[in-house]
Design a protein around this ligand. Structure first.
Ligand code: SF4
Length: 99
């Protein structure tokens, strides 16, 4: 199983700091195709640490994902298969959109 970041994400970035396997990556600032942070479902160990520290409560376990965000499970996976994936980001620069 994996956790999923939804469009409720406001790019706070605390999730990145607590993930024990470093599988959360921000979409590059200004990239309209990837405006949120994303979880690699193949690496996530389902610990829940990210969801516990997310101020906007944007992260859900896959099996508790509200129906309106169901499509975002695939979006998270696609970020790593077709999108920027594990790019060399600077968290301080990327954690707040537009800065
Ligand atoms: Fe990382 Fe744990 Fe969140 Fe998975 S559930 S993305 S392993 S912090």
């Amino acid at each position: 199983m994996t956790y999923v970041i939804t469009r409720l994400c406001t790019r706070v970035g605390d999730c990145v700091e607590v993930c024990p396997v470093n599988c959360i990556v921000p979409g590059p600032t200004g990239d309209a195709d990837w405006p949120y942070f994303y979880i690699d479902p193949d690496t996530c160990i389902d610990c829940g640490a990210c969801a516990a520290v997310c101020p906007p409560v944007a992260i859900f376990p896959e099996d508790e994902l509200p129906a309106e965000y169901a499509a975002e499970m695939e979006t998270n996976a696609r970020f790593f298969s077709e999108g920027p994936g594990y790019w060399d980001f600077n968290l301080e620069r990327e954690r707040v959109r537009g800065t």
